[in-house]
Design a protein around this ligand. Structure first.
Ligand code: PGA
Length: 251
């Protein structure tokens, strides 16, 4: 039994007052939720205030990225240990926006994942094909490359700290969601590949989130797919009502 995960990626939105307002509005709406892990990924500057406001709430917080070195002369970077220090239990690694705008590669993604796990963080590792790659029928090749290179040198034990997020790039922020069948097909492929590269038990326990224009009106059918274990939500996580509705997808 894999516990479902709903994670909100706030990207480059929400200064302190807006962030705290969102948490204040969201908390009572989801106070009754059981059996779903809720994660918020605010920007670095508001991690501390959001963590303080959440206090002992079961809602977890995540960094949206981290560097692979723990400390040193690396101006502008944030280390995994700093995220832990700010109260994070999770970190997102390899989001397509990082790969696209900030030149992240499978190699840097791998270094970051290993450093984050070393610091005790759960890592939400994002993978997914672009529209051109899908149209060229390269979806599975891309996923295979991203998984094999991105998860290089991880042990089965370390894989327990990994969650994968399948985010087709063409569905992110575009309003175009993958169909339930497209999501299921990709997730099943990912799980089979993880079984091959690691072990059956590792693949069985792995949570695979779907991301890309997840909304209150499509979450339920996505989550009904056998290999969809959660969602990584961008735009619809920015208002309390829509994110709460997504978290309440079982209702
Ligand atoms: P979206 O973003 O829900 O706005 O499409 C998802 C993501 O980038 O994680």
């Amino acid at each position: 039994m894999r516990i479902p995960v709903i994670a909100g990626n706030w990207k480059l939105y929400k200064k302190t007052a807006e962030a705290l307002r969102l948490v204040q509005d969201l908390s009572p709406l989801v106070a009754d939720v059981q059996g779903v892990e809720i994660i918020l990924a605010p920007s670095f500057t508001v991690l501390g205030p959001v963590r303080s406001l959440l206090n002992d709430s079961p809602i977890a917080i995540a960094g949206q990225d981290c560097f692979w070195e723990e400390e040193g002369a690396y101006t502008g970077e944030v280390s995994p240990g700093m995220l832990v220090d700010a109260g994070c239990s999770h970190v997102i690694i390899g989001h397509s926006e990082r790969r696209h705008y900030f030149a992240e590669t499978d190699e840097t993604v791998n270094k970051k994942i290993r450093a984050a796990i070393q610091a005790g963080l759960f890592t939400i590792v994002c993978i997914g094909e672009t529209l051109q790659e899908r149209e060229r029928n390269e979806t599975f090749d891309v996923l295979e490359r991203q998984i094999k290179a991105g998860l290089t040198d991880l042990s089965d034990d370390e894989m327990k700290k990994v969650l994968l997020a399948y985010e087709p790039v063409w569905a992110i922020g575009t309003g175009k969601t993958a169909t339930d069948e497209q999501a299921q097909e990709a997730h099943a492929f990912i799980r089979r590949l993880v079984a091959e590269c690691f072990s059956d038990s590792c693949a069985d326990g792995l949570r695979i989130l779907y991301g890309g224009s997840v909304k209150p009106d499509n979450i339920r059918s996505l989550m009904s797919q056998p290999d969809v274990d959660g969602a990584l939500v961008g735009g619809a996580s920015l208002t309390a009502e829509s994110f709460a509705a997504i978290i309440h997808y079982q209702k």
